[in-house]
Design a binder for this molecule. Structure first.
Ligand code: FPP
Length: 247
């Protein structure tokens, strides 16, 4: 696996604008499994297997940060056996993949609450994060027990705890209190699985993100479709609330 973020953006054409940060709502694992008569957890397992090639494709294009919405603060409300299964899958993925990701210079960052995870999962997450913290390749933010509203409330609580003077609370300071403080805002948010909603994902950070949705179920998203997504991003005019000089 070659997952090295470079500034040369080697495989993209010179004219293509490449997002620095791509965030993904990986939806559709359950339906993918159901269509095949398999248990939902099998869909999640295959969904995790897709992540490696996704990282390879995005990294080769020059993307430097990828955030994956793996488990939301609301996902605890799923049936107990599915929740436990997802926690096991994450643990196995960390156990099996961390070394390979480290060898490929990937920096792994957990975003979300840590305290509700089992001690062994917390340990695996901390180990992955500490092992890879000095890596200079692509950053992989794993949003696990993550909720955008929860993140904002947590930031407010910590700002108050730190007794930050009111006049110092501006956007720059606020973003430094978010779980994603080390990453730029996402340029592009992709949602698979056909739904048209943001589902409590990166609420603060997505203010000016471009959004792309596809009916493709997450395990079916392949490199060709990802290429089309990046082409679509490249064709968009981002004005960040301004008007074009020629308009
Ligand atoms: C949504 O499919 C997908 C999830 C809830 C993600 C599952 C997360 C993991 C397997 C954890 C591992 C993550 C990493 C980054 C190693 P869905 O169940 O909502 O599908 P549906 O809409 O078809 O029901």
């Amino acid at each position: 696996m070659q997952v090295q973020a470079t500034s040369s953006q080697a495989e993209s054409s010179p004219q293509q604008k490449v997002p620095i940060h791509v965030a993904i709502i990986m939806d559709g694992n359950g339906r993918w499994a159901k269509k095949r008569g398999l248990p939902r957890l099998e869909g999640h397992r295959v969904g995790v297997d897709c992540i490696q090639s996704l990282l390879e494709t995005l990294s080769a294009k020059g993307v430097q940060y990828v955030t994956l919405y793996a488990f939301s603060t609301e996902n605890w409300n799923r049936p107990e056996d599915e929740v436990q299964g997802i926690l096991e899958i994450l643990y196995d993925a960390l156990r099996v993949q961390t070394q390979a990701l480290h060898e490929n210079n990937v920096r792994i960052v957990h975003i979300g609450k840590r305290g509700r995870l089992s001690p062994k999962l917390q340990e695996a997450m901390i180990y992955a994060q500490e092992l890879t913290c000095g890596n200079t390749g692509i950053t992989l933010n794993v949003a696990f027990d993550y909720g955008g509203r929860d993140e904002i409330l947590e930031a407010v609580r910590r700002i108050i705890q730190d007794r930050v003077p009111v006049e110092d609370v501006d956007e720059e300071l606020f973003r430094s209190y978010l779980f994603t403080a080390d990453s730029p805002d996402p340029d592009l948010i992709i949602r698979t699985g056909g739904e048209l909603r943001i589902s409590n994902f990166l609420l603060w950070q997505s203010a000016y993100s471009e959004y792309y949705h596809t009916p493709t179920l997450w395990p079916d998203l392949d490199a060709q479709e990802l290429e089309r997504v990046l082409e679509s991003f490249s064709d968009r005019q981002r004005r960040f609330g301004r008007v074009d000089p020629e308009d």
